[in-house]
Design a protein around this ligand. Sequence first.
Ligand SMILES: [Zn+2]
Length: 107
Amino acid sequence: MPSVRKGDTVQMLSGKDRGKQGRVVRVWPSKGKVQVEGVNQVKRHEKLRVGRGRAGTEGGIVTKDMPVHVCTVALVCGSCHRPTRAGSEPVEGGGKRRVCRKCGGAL
Ligand SMILES: [Zn+2]
């Protein structure tokens, strides 16, 4: 199960956006993929589509954030602001919480 969740800040470990940080906007746990804001952007040339229900669709170049594999991102700790691995720690009363393996802060 990917340890990255929607709303997390992650840092890219590989690819053209290596070192870049962004917020996770979508997670596909079954595919092991995440979509990170402003990362792995592609430019698409969209054709102007004229049709019903398409009002407001502009033709031209649009940028899209493409999903990346969860293996290529590292979770960034909100406490120490370093890329880290998430550990888990039992919580009083049952359940577990994610913690930063570097500073021990909650993620
Ligand atoms: Zn930390």
